[in-house]
Design a protein around this ligand. Structure first.
Ligand code: NOJ
Length: 553
């Protein structure tokens, strides 16, 4: 199948941008971001080159897990706006060529959700079976909580009935009982509702937890339930996607695409590749990343990996060995206070990497990894975390629009802000979008260039990865080949400049490498070989231009 015939697989070459409405832009000066503020900033995202917005949970919530604790799956948190304003966001984004996907958090509800309140009120309530209960105390050595230090175990006693309810996350987030057909019907309606309002799919929270069946459930294959949701989704909207959070080893993770029929998740975050990326950065050696990428299961054409360097949670290193994790910790989070849950880092990328050349190299590499890049708001301007905010929330500070009060996010008194921006060298007066828009040399412009190059290079999203042989241990030279063409990327993980040599022996005579981020045109020698000098933390994107190649750049 030709790429040109499959442009409806839009997510294969999308650029996804994750943001929380609450921290993006406050239009009414109450200290909390809102839908109207976001609508005003859609053009900023469009000029940057974003093609898909991922909105973190904006539903009514007691906000004990930053909105991942929901009391109404059909609602909009009144602090953020209403359905009408959300529809304006979606419509404006669509008009500027961006799709909108939203978080689907259906593993659990808030304990203040009316379903759970009714379930607790009476063991005979039809809602009782919406949740997962046990009669006996949980056995010793029970499965551990996802949030060690913040939650105790995964079962909590309901004093009124004496039964215990399950919660994979915090105790205020009771797990829904997916084995109950009434729950599944409700969730399908939720999916249908948001599709009808115009979203192009969902980022599905905690998928493996969601599919875990309560003991004794008579569901032979829980994946069948995910297939049901996918079938329903696609009946309602052929373009809609499910982008799943599945942090598992590749051999288990790949099952969530649904086997050869690929009828479960459309995209999955690559947590393994992300963790190997940081190990490679720490070691100044691309080998761990190469190993991860080459052990990725090869996917059928209509599904995709989603690559990211930072998300809204802790930077988890849970899939590294203890020794590897220590290496990354000591390189990038030397203080205990920069770590959480014994497995993750609470910092953003720029303060960890420091050297601006290294930061650009890392993002250049992100955009050349096979798959779809996903950015967390503020990455494009190099925002840092607020080290005074403990845990995962350190990176969820307001978007820094200007160097003025509150970083231009809100006109409220600082004490009323939903979160405070950092006060250190990453404070808004040093890092903000307005200054960078005016400065052609800024990180923001660098991102714009990468994004526009990514968008006209579909081989990046579609191509097959190959690490090319070359002599310098700190350098990665890889190519991505698709029927539309081939691209070679070079990245130096070390600050020491070096000269690399590699060959493309299969390419026809007369083939050139066209520099996509500069203006050079490099001829391959008669054996297809080439020698290239790479600055410290340097990077190159080189299009393989065969004789007669009609592409303009
Ligand atoms: C994963 C989300 O990314 C995280 O932020 C949240 O706390 C848990 N799921 C529970 O919903």
């Amino acid at each position: 199948m030709k790429i040109t015939d499959t442009s409806d697989l839009w997510w294969k070459s999308a650029i996804v941008y994750c943001l929380d409405v609450e921290t993006f832009m406050d239009s009414d000066g109450d200290g909390t971001g809102d839908m109207q503020g976001l609508a005003q900033r859609i053009d900023y995202l469009a000029q940057l080159g974003v093609t898909c917005l991922w909105l973190m949970p904006f539903y009514p919530t007691p906000d004990r897990d930053d909105g991942y604790d929901i009391t109404d799956f059909y609602g909009v948190d009144p602090r953020l706006g209403n359905h009408g304003e959300l529809v304006e966001v979606i419509r404006t984004a669509n008009d500027r060529g961006m799709r909108v996907i939203v978080d689907l958090v259906v593993n659990h509800t808030s304990d203040r959700h009316p379903w759970f309140l009714k379930a607790k009120r009476s063991v005979n309530s039809p809602y009782r079976d919406y949740y997962v209960w046990r009669d006996d105390p949980p056995p010793r050595g029970q499965k551990n909580t996802v949030f060690p230090g913040e939650a105790k175990g995964i079962w909590t006693k309901d004093e009124a009935s004496g039964q215990w309810y399950q919660h994979s996350f915090y105790e205020h987030q009771p797990d829904l009982n997916i084995a109950n057909p009434a729950v599944r019907d409700e969730l399908a309606r939720v999916i249908g509702f948001w599709l009808q309002l115009g979203v192009a799919g969902f980022r599905v929270d905690a998928v493996p937890f969601f599919l875990e069946m309560p003991q004794g459930a008579r569901i032979p294959d829980p994946h069948e339930l995910l297939r049901d949701f996918r079938r329903f989704l696609q009946r309602r909207s052929s373009e809609a996607i499910l982008l799943g959070e599945v942090n598992l080893p590749y051999d288990q993770q790949v099952q969530y695409f649904g086997g050869p029929e690929v009828n479960e998740l459309s995209m999955q975050f690559d947590f393994i590749g992300m963790q190997a990326f940081y190990l490679s950065l720490a070691r100044k050696d691309p080998a761990p990343l190469i190993e991860a990428l080459t052990s990725r299961p090869v996917l059928p054409e209509d599904v995709q990996w989603a690559n990211f360097l930072r998300n809204h949670d802790e930077l988890t290193l849970d899939k590294l060995s203890d020794a590897e994790r220590e290496e990354v910790f000591s390189a990038f989070a030397p203080d205990e206070g920069q770590r959480v849950y014994g497995r993750g880092i609470t910092r953003r990328l720029p303060p960890m990497l420091g050297d601006p050349r290294r930061i650009r190299m890392a993002y250049s590499l992100l955009f050349t990894l096979p798959g779809t890049p996903v950015l967390f708001y503020g990455e494009e301007i190099g925002m840092g975390e607020n080290a005074e905010i403990p845990g995962r929330l350190a990176v969820r500070t307001p978007m820094q629009w200007t160097g003025e009060k509150n970083g231009g996010f809100s006109s409220a008194p600082p004490s009323r802000l939903v979160a405070r921006p950092p006060g250190d060298g990453y404070a808004p007066e040093h890092v903000n979008a307005a200054d960078q828009i005016k400065d052609r040399e800024s990180l923001l412009h660098f991102f714009r260039d990468l994004m526009s190059r990514y968008r006209i290079s579909p081989e990046l999203g579609w191509g097959a990865f190959q690490a090319l042989e070359q002599p310098v241990p700190a350098i990665l030279v890889h190519s991505l080949s698709a029927d539309v063409g081939r691209l070679v990327a070079i990245h130096n993980f070390d600050e020491v400049p070096a000269t690399t040599r590699f060959a493309l022996p299969d390419e026809p005579g007369g083939t050139c490498l066209v520099d996509l981020l500069g203006s050079e045109r490099i001829e391959l020698d008669e054996k297809g070989g080439v020698e290239i000098e790479v600055p410290g933390y340097g990077y190159r994107w080189l299009r393989v231009a065969r004789p007669g190649d009609g592409r303009v750049s």
